[in-house]
Design a protein around this ligand. Structure first.
Ligand code: ARG
Length: 459
């Protein structure tokens, strides 16, 4: 049997393989609510502009509500032969209301319909990502506030660099996730134009009102070029791009949690709720959630790359290639939301091991820069000379197997005769972090100021 939607010029129906490669209903059924919302807006507009009789609009309105309730109830029978969500809904509408269902597609095409549905779906994801990011940022702010003054080692090259505070480290992630938040918001603002009414590609000769449907669906304006409206998938790519960067941030943080929760570091203890055990090694408590979050960036960035590759060579306007956009975005969105939720839970639950952090902060000659700065500030040495003298004292301490504060004053003066016992005051880690009061520095007061600023922002 030929297709009920376009069977007019077909003598035979599709091969089973054709049906299999062509159908998108297996995944685009996730856009059912968006599809029905779009159809309702379109139908109301067709009524308001006098293109359809009020009685037809009434029938369509009621019928679409029935279809939606069947889908919500799980009683709707999706058909692969009907290819996609758009035709599944319309075919069922026809079964329910008969002839008026055939008038719904006036002045519309599946090309503007799918672009509209998908935009509505992605827009919801941008909102969901915003919610997930806010939750995570709040959890980080709680950690930062509690530990604004807790010292820990700061690293470059994963080698001890200078002491920093726990709160400062948490706030670094707040900055990253804050940028992710603003990327999601930017993308949402830019994407919020309505493709509906662009029809197949050229617009329509019916006197439709695209401003009306745009407004009904919460879009700011109708998309201004019908060719662009049906062939644009930038909105999906921007979501995937923002999601990729966000997943990269999540992955870096997850990597730190994996390191920090190891027996060798013991910087943090993850809660039982966000850890797993081993079936053979009874002592094990594994950071599986962090590891999986670390891995998610692979598939999310993969989705981004895949859709870029799908789109890059397509001539205007719609090509069936574009049906390959949804699974990538669905998978990326699902995994981003899951990763955000898991990270929020882990951060809210985790315990910073304050003593261990402090002990680590004082090792590895972490205050060597403070010593060099003292030589500059108090003795007036050029920084390069101060650096060299400090380096020789680090070498001396290393040869003795001790830390800088353990050296004697005689050791110090052997490196430079002007050094006095005052120098020992700057070798403590507390002093070190307290002294870094430059804007954005690690001093506890700076950290508290940033926590307060972010609390204003996220409410
Ligand atoms: N299932 C299609 C998609 O996801 C809907 C649009 C079909 N349009 C067309 N001209 N065949 O892209």
């Amino acid at each position: 049997a030929s297709n009920q939607m376009w069977g007019g010029r077909f003598a035979a129906g599709p091969d089973a393989i054709m049906e299999a490669i062509n159908a998108s209903i297996g995944f685009d059924r996730r856009m059912a609510a968006q599809d029905i919302a779009g159809s309702r807006a379109h139908a109301e507009m067709l009524g308001a502009t006098g293109i359809l009789e009020a009685s037809d609009v009434e029938a369509i309105r009621e019928g679409l509500l029935t279809v939606l309730s069947e889908i919500d109830a799980g009683t709707f029978e999706f058909s692969t032969a009907l290819e996609d969500i758009h035709m599944n809904v319309e075919a069922r509408l026809k079964e329910i209301i008969g002839e008026p269902a055939g008038r719904l597609h006036t002045g519309r095409s599946r090309n503007d319909q799918v672009a509209t549905d998908f935009k509505l779906w992605v827009r919801d994801q941008l909102d969901a990502a915003e919610g997930g990011l806010l939750m995570l940022i709040r959890a980080l702010l709680d950690q930062a506030e509690a530990g604004a003054g807790w010292v820990m080692p700061g690293f470059t090259h994963l080698q001890t660099a200078q002491p920093v505070t726990w709160g400062h480290h948490m706030m670094a992630y707040v900055e990253m996730f804050g940028r992710d938040l603003s990327r999601m918001r930017d993308a949402r603002a830019r994407m919020n134009t309505s493709p509906l009414g662009a029809a197949a590609l050229a617009g329509t000769s019916f006197p439709i009102d695209r401003h009306m449907t745009a407004e009904a669906l919460g879009f700011d304006v109708p998309a201004a070029n019908s060719l662009d409206a049906v062939s644009d998938r930038d909105f999906a790519l921007e979501f995937l791009g923002a999601a990729s960067i966000c997943a990269m941030h999540l992955s870096r943080f997850a990597e730190e949690l994996v390191i920090w929760s190891s027996a060798q570091f013991r910087f943090v203890t993850l809660s039982d709720r966000f850890s797993t055990g081993s079936s053979i090694m009874p002592q094990k408590k594994n950071p599986d959630a962090a590891e999986l979050i670390r891995a998610k960036v692979g598939r999310i960035f993969g989705a981004n790359t895949a859709l870029m590759m799908v789109m890059k060579g397509l001539p205007l306007t719609y090509s069936k290639d574009m049906q390959e956009d949804k699974e990538q975005v669905f998978d990326a969105a699902d995994n981003l939301m899951l990763a955000l939720a898991a990270m929020s839970g882990m951060v809210a639950d985790m315990t910073a091991n304050r003593d261990q952090l402090a002990a680590a902060a004082g090792s590895g000659f972490s205050t060597a820069t403070d010593l060099a700065d003292w030589l500059v500030r108090v003795l007036g040495l050029p920084f390069r000379d101060a650096h060299h003298i400090t380096g020789s004292l680090v070498a001396l301490a290393e040869s003795r197997g001790c830390d800088l504060p353990d050296l004697t004053l005689a050791d110090m003066t052997s490196a430079h005769p002007g050094i006095t016992s005052d120098v020992f005051a700057v070798l403590g880690v507390e002093n070190s972090v307290n002294s870094r009061t430059s804007y954005g520095g690690t001093a506890p007061d700076q950290v508290r100021a940033q926590v307060a600023r972010w609390k204003e922002i996220v409410g």
